[in-house]
Design a protein around this ligand. Structure first.
Ligand code: AHM
Ligand code: MG
Length: 325
């Protein structure tokens, strides 16, 4: 058996880069560690409510039962602060970014959605963690600033996600292709299982909350109508879990398109540029796919606020082009 662990893979890739200092590698290893802890806590999720007590309540042992989003947020924050390579974080679960007082000399900031699709936990469907890494632009030695976080997606140094499903898998890119690592539970290591992922150029699968059809633009309605047109048996398959990481992961491996357009309730789209769309767009492009907001490339959007939302069409190149046409 020739297992390549995540740590070993990171070390090998770092070795191939003459300018690598090891800092980004250290950061990725720490994110790997955090996701193993989240994975462990998630496996007990079914016990919360039924056995341990309801989230947000005091359980029978007199302990505070926290929601898993908050647990995952705290785990990531702590692992990144311990890491020494991260000077601050921004999270979907925090109102503002957090600058690490004791890490002023670190070079990177990390933005994350600690537990995306968390409403799926109640029904034991897959959820995920999404992360995005930027090199800071503020001077090393000082506290990080908002400018370190509000950078366009094309400047990401790394991005990735972890899917907690029937297996747990970590997928990431540093701008040199996309690799996937499956958690081997018996040894507690992420092992390289999906090297150099390339997404199919075309597929007949689309993923979206089609219940919002009546509030879609004509462009999106036309695309949906096209997907449903069964003339010559060419209708597409609709696959939607309602957990972006899970829907994206399927599209990445098998081809397809994930769409979250503007709706009546979410006129600017529902998903967050910094925590969800930028990292997924970086991965998708590195795998040969495409990601736009309908007007421009997701990675070119200049962010103005941390929790900014955007519409997103992401997946196989031909499908994204088709929708845009
Ligand atoms: P969350 O970050 O609050 O979990 O919301 C994001 C999730 C995505 O994972 C998913 O694709 C989408 O919201 C589903 O939204 P909807 O229920 O409107 O289809
Ligand atoms: Mg989310």
């Amino acid at each position: 058996m020739n297992l390549i662990t995540l740590d070993e893979f990171i070390a090998r890739t770092e070795h191939d880069l003459p300018d690598a200092t090891g800092e980004l590698s250290g950061l990725l290893r720490d994110i790997g560690l955090a996701s193993k802890i989240v994975n462990r806590d998630l496996s007990k999720a079914g016990l919360v409510d039924a056995i341990l007590g309801e989230a947000n309540e005091i359980n029978v042992q007199g302990e505070d039962v926290k929601k898993l989003d908050i647990i995952a947020n705290n785990v990531l924050k702590k692992c990144l602060q311990n890491s020494g390579e991260c000077c601050g974080i921004a999270s979907e679960e925090e109102p503002d970014f957090v600058a690490f007082e004791n890490r002023k000399n670190a070079k990177y900031v990390v933005l994350f959605d600690p537990l995306d699709g968390s409403s799926n936990i109640d029904v034991i469907a897959p959820v995920g963690t999404i992360f995005s890494v930027f090199k800071r632009v503020s001077p090393i030695g000082e506290l990080c600033t908002i400018d370190d976080f509000l950078q366009p997606g094309y400047k990401q140094a790394a991005a990735g996600y972890v899917i907690y499903g029937s297996s747990t898998m970590l997928v990431y890119t540093t701008g040199d292709g996309v690799n996937g690592f499956t958690l081997e539970p018996s040894i507690g290591e992420f092992c390289l299982s999906h090297p150099a992922i390339k997404t199919p150029e075309m597929a007949k699968t689309y993923s979206m909350n089609q219940g919002n059809y009546n509030s879609f633009s004509d462009k999106v309605k036309n695309f949906v109508d096209y997907c449903q047109d069964n003339t010559d048996k060419k209708a597409f398959s609709l696959r939607y879990i309602g957990s972006m990481v899970a829907d994206f992961h399927r599209d990445l491996l098998k081809g397809g398109i994930y769409i979250y357009p503007s709706t009546k309730d979410a006129p600017k789209g529902k998903l967050r540029l910094m925590y969800e769309c930028n990292p997924m767009a970086f991965i998708q492009e590195q795998a040969g796919g495409k990601a736009t907001n309908g007007k421009e490339r997701i990675l070119d959007i200049i962010p103005t606020e941390l929790h900014q939302r955007t519409t997103v069409y992401i997946g196989s190149t031909k499908l994204v082009d088709m929708l845009e046409e």
